[in-house]
Ligand binder design. Structure first.
Ligand code: CA
Length: 432
């Protein structure tokens, strides 16, 4: 397994001449995430976040490696992420040098735009989206609500469970989510009805952006999986629990999940996260050893990520009163039963082709205790145990006007912390 390399771009002593970049909670010069932005001219194009600014990559093309420049000419990052990781690393090292060495300032500074004046778009044309279910505590919590004595089904510890999601309804952070209408049948109802969801929920997930990928009929051996993981984002898998409970058997999630999915717009690269690799937590005693095609010792030793994940909520009343969002949960991303390399290797293990810009969701990542649960379904124990907001309002599930924000920060001893930016959206009332 060739995990990303730590090099001079990660040096904690590196500082940038861009004002406000050093000490920035998300985008110091050690991060350099890619995104697609537009400014007042409305033309979406590739950029890199540095502090509170966006570096327009097309405007500095003459300063970038010749072989990479053609991949930056469009309005998505698919071509860039189709390149091998070695090319991405070359570009990262060049960008780091441009933003660190002040002699580049005259040439580069005119290509910096204030992020507050730009719009961020989806970073990729997403061909396919697959959602997994590897958050072990989430799977236990939700399984227990349906099957108190047997929360995990027998396949869970053998195979990374997933289903094919819908790419067309994925939107970047900031686009409001309209409360969906759908079919639901409460337990006490004789027949189902169609109407606005009464149990709208969020799911805290990591998104995985696929890099080069594989040809149809070929596999991605687990030892090569890291070469196909280009970067990461935050992902909110909005869920209508009432639709879900009625429709999910026997084929799994459908309209309860596909009405809207939010992602953070910046792609935090696998290279940027190299210093934040950590060991996958050992499997509990008695759990089965995965089959050989899903096991790699190097992946177990360094295939997890030292990320702290956080969910915040701000109701309309809180917003009107000037109250800050309240943290609903916080926890580490290591609460995943399978690594991202294992889910990538599994996805391609039957010859299914993964393509540049495909998106995988990890599944909801919950910590073992309520202050780390990654959905309201878990926090409110299926809607039976509401929480109180600082405004005095109670929540079992989301109300119209609620804004949900996901955050992630990567930390490691002796390293400059980097963030993912935010994945946020406000719930709008159902359409008439
Ligand atoms: Ca999910």
């Amino acid at each position: 397994m060739s995990l990303p390399i730590i090099d001079e771009t990660h040096d904690p002593a590196r500082t940038s001449w861009v004002a406000g970049a050093d000490g920035h909670p998300h985008f110091p010069v050690q991060n350099l995430p890619y995104g697609i932005f537009s400014d007042s001219d409305g033309r979406p194009r590739p950029g890199v976040a540095i502090g509170d600014r966006i570096l327009d990559l097309q405007a500095v093309a003459a300063l970038l490696p010749d072989a990479i420049v053609p991949t930056l000419s469009g309005s998505t990052l698919n071509a860039l992420f189709a390149l091998p990781a070695a090319d991405r690393r070359t570009l990262r090292r060049r960008l780091s040098a441009l933003l660190v060495d002040p002699t580049n300032r005259p040439a580069v500074a005119p290509a910096l735009l204030p992020a507050s004046a730009c719009t961020l778009h989806l970073p990729m044309a997403i061909g396919d989206y697959t959602d997994f279910y590897v958050g072990i505590h989430h799977a236990n919590n939700v399984g227990r609500q349906f099957r108190p004595d047997n929360p995990l089904l027998p396949n869970y510890k053998w195979v990374p469970i997933g289903y094919h999601g819908r790419a067309s309804s994925i939107r970047p952070s900031g686009v409001p989510v309209v409360r969906p209408r759908g079919q639901r049948k409460p337990p006490d109802a004789e027949v189902p009805s169609y109407g606005a969801s009464e149990r709208l929920d969020y799911e805290l997930e990591l998104g995985v952006w696929i890099g080069p990928g594989n040809r149809l009929g070929e596999t991605i051996p687990i030892g090569a999986a890291a070469d196909h993981i280009a970067g990461f984002c935050l992902l909110n898998d909005w869920s209508a629990r009432d639709f879900q409970a009625w429709e999910y058997q026997p084929l799994g999630p459908f309209l309860a999940k596909n009405f809207h999915t939010s992602v953070s717009p910046w792609v935090v690269t696998a290279e940027a996260l190299a210093p934040f690799r950590t060991a996958q937590p050992p499997r509990p005693d008695g759990d089965p050893q995965p089959l050989p095609h899903l096991w790699d010792d190097a992946d177990q030793a360094g295939g997890a990520l030292a990320l702290e994940l956080e969910v915040l909520l701000q109701s309309a009343a809180m917003r009107d009163a000037g109250m800050a969002p309240v943290t609903l949960s916080r926890g580490p991303a290591t609460n995943m039963y399978w690594t991202v390399a294992q889910i990538v290797a599994h996805h391609a293990s039957n010859g299914c082709d993964l393509r540049p810009g495909d998106l995988l969701g990890t599944g909801t990542i919950s910590a073992p205790t309520r202050d780390g649960f990654g959905s309201l379904l878990e926090i409110s124990r299926g809607g039976t145990d509401p929480i109180e907001l600082p405004s005095g309002e109670m929540r079992r599930f989301l109300a119209d006007g609620d804004a949900v924000t996901l955050r992630a920060t990567a930390r490691a001893p002796g390293r400059v912390a980097i963030g993912f930016g935010e994945c946020t959206a406000t719930v709008l009332p159902a359409r008439a």
